[in-house]
Design a protein around this ligand. Sequence first.
Ligand SMILES: [Zn+2]
Length: 179
Amino acid sequence: MTDEKVRAWVSEGHVCVRGIQRYLGYTDGNRFTLVQARTLAGMLWRDGDEKGAAVVNAAADELEAVDPLAEVRQRGGDVFVPKGWVGIVLELHAALVAVDPSIQYRQIKEKFGELRVYHSSDATEARELIRAAEAKSLATCESCGNAGVMHRSEHGWYRTLCPSCAGEHEQGYTVVKQR
Ligand SMILES: [Zn+2]
């Protein structure tokens, strides 16, 4: 163990930490996911290094603020989620991990105005959770998260929007009748 102070910073969607060499599995200078960083902070706190814990937690807070989907991205795939649907995806992610702790994502995106989640899980419950989240996305403005409906732009783009955001975008959005 060194006298070096714990330092932590955010880089490429991870928390990087220096000054910690004594925890098994936590090599000095390693990159941590959000959950790992919180775990590490907990260990430091438990062992009396309150300053170290605060430093790591501050970097974890920063990561969460910069990218609320950081934890989702740790599970692979391309993750492109419109701002208004971040809450839906975070809620879904928590439920999916509870059902299948080893779940990996192939892709999470918006397609034709609807949330699409491609994943590795065989669990029936996972499929049901995703279907429910996709249905929810069809009633949620992808820009602001308020209640929304499917719109079509004059160029043929489909987006789920609230009346206010549809007007702001100035793309000639009109409401699409749901089939
Ligand atoms: Zn909106």
